[in-house]
Design a protein around this ligand. Structure first.
Ligand code: ADP
Ligand code: MG
Length: 398
């Protein structure tokens, strides 16, 4: 263990004597913008049985590690204590004090709401000392996506996506948007062919946005031909008017939740839609599938939102980008000569990216699923439930 990590672990134990009493800190396993995660052993795991268990030695020890696995995959252990849901290894997530108290409370609250959901990492308990908070989660053994994606066969992609979509189906049925779907937040175990969704630090309840609803939520009105005059007073009109930017624009600028990770943000997030739904997570699932099929990570590599929109436009073409922007009351314009009007098909893109001439039948199925996920119009994009019904899963060609 690294010296600075050792010091950090000492500090954590000093701040939280309850943690020092109950857990043996093993190592640091993750460090992000808002937290540090440590692997630890729960010393109360075996309770009275601890001594007996220890003599079973190494082999049994490995089996014990399986207690972090989903119940369906656990092998039965004879004479195991009753509290089956207590794992031996845990992940201690120390949430930084820079993260606002409301944010921390939000993360813990949502995890509490989602307890019992399949493929969502459950919250065991949490500790607080003044402004510091530590969440305790079962440790889930997983592999690093940056290493595993290259070796993925189509069958592996199917297991990965099935598990991720199952998690999202439960999360979305609670009307919760995760907002940060990406490989580092989905811990996948190739041996189990299952993963767990973690990191609800940016998650929110659908419809919790405070500003006025986006034009896209008025689609039915638009179709009936009504004029949304009150709407247009605050948002740029979509047709016919000069796209020049007024110098003294007294209208309040549009504010929308743009939280997430670059490269995984849905078009409506980039377009500052104020009525974002659980469909934004489905776009991110599409980006993961594109990474797997195209064998490139990261697939999108934009520095900012404008860059990201350009990347999208090079795929979809300007015509569809303009239509997507208009849906949210925005204007999309570009004079970049490399961006065509028409764009490309997903099949062509997957072939180019993975350097293959032809797709196998199962790769074609996966590519059709991809186009259902990376759909610019959120109302037409597949939901997690619909995606699980896709031919890629229901009629798999093995
Ligand atoms: P952050 O908000 O800092 O991104 P995460 O909850 O995503 O925090 O955790 C960061 C990293 O810690 C993850 O990408 C993963 O590698 C590791 N991690 C988090 N929870 C667990 C867990 N339950 N089991 C194993 N590793 C975990
Ligand atoms: Mg994370």
């Amino acid at each position: 263990v690294d010296e600075t990590v050792r010091e950090d672990m000492m500090k954590l134990k000093d701040t939280f004597p309850e943690i020092a009493d109950r857990f043996r800190l093993i190592n640091r396993i993750g460090e992000g913008t808002f937290s540090t995660v440590y692997k630890a052993e729960d010393l109360q795991f075996y309770g009275n049985y601890r001594k007996e268990w220890e003599i079973f030695g190494q082999a049994q020890d490995r089996e014990a590690e399986e207690w972090g696995k989903p119940p369906s995959k656990r092998r039965k252990m004879n004479g195991a204590p009753d509290d089956q849901h207590r794992p031996r290894y845990v992940a201690l997530k120390k949430i930084y004090v820079t993260s606002s108290p409301i944010r921390i409370q939000n993360e813990l609250e949502l995890l509490h709401d989602l307890r019992g959901c399949k493929s969502v990492c459950p919250l065991i308990t949490a500790f607080r000392y003044q402004d510091q908070v530590v969440a305790v989660l079962p440790y889930f053994p997983h592999t690093d996506f940056r290493i595993q994606y290259r070796t993925f066969m189509v069958a592996d992609m199917r297991h990965y996506l099935w598990s991720l979509l199952t998690a999202l189906k439960s999360v979305h049925s609670h009307e919760i948007i995760h907002r940060d779907i990406k490989p580092t937040n989905f811990l996948y175990n190739p041996d189990l062919k299952e993963g767990v969704l973690v990191d609800f630090g940016l998650a929110e309840r659908q419809g919790s946005e405070y500003s006025s609803p986006c034009l896209c939520s008025h689609q039915s009105y638009v179709r009936r031909g009504r004029i949304l005059s009150s709407y247009f007073s605050k948002n740029p009109p979509t047709n016919g008017i000069s796209s020049g930017y007024p110098k003294a624009d007294s209208r309040p600028s549009r504010r929308a939740n743009r939280a997430g990770t670059r490269g995984f943000r849905a078009p409506e997030v980039l377009l500052k839609c104020t009525s974002q739904t659980t469909k934004i997570d489905m776009w991110s699932v599409g980006v993961i599938l594109l990474t797997l099929l195209g064998r490139r990570f990261p697939f999108f590599n934009s520095a900012d939102d404008i860059d990201a929109m350009i990347e999208m436009a090079s795929i979809f073409g300007t015509r569809r980008m303009k239509a997507a922007a208009a849906m949210h009351g925005q204007i999309f314009e570009t004079n970049l000569p490399t961006i065509g009007e028409k764009g490309y098909s997903w099949e062509k893109l997957v072939k180019w990216s993975s350097c293959v001439e032809d797709l196998t039948e199962s790769e074609s199925q996966a590519t059709r699923l991809l186009s259902g996920l990376m759909e610019l119009d959120p109302s037409k994009r597949l939901s997690a439930e619909e995606a699980l019904e896709h031919e890629f899963f229901t009629e798999p060609i093995l």
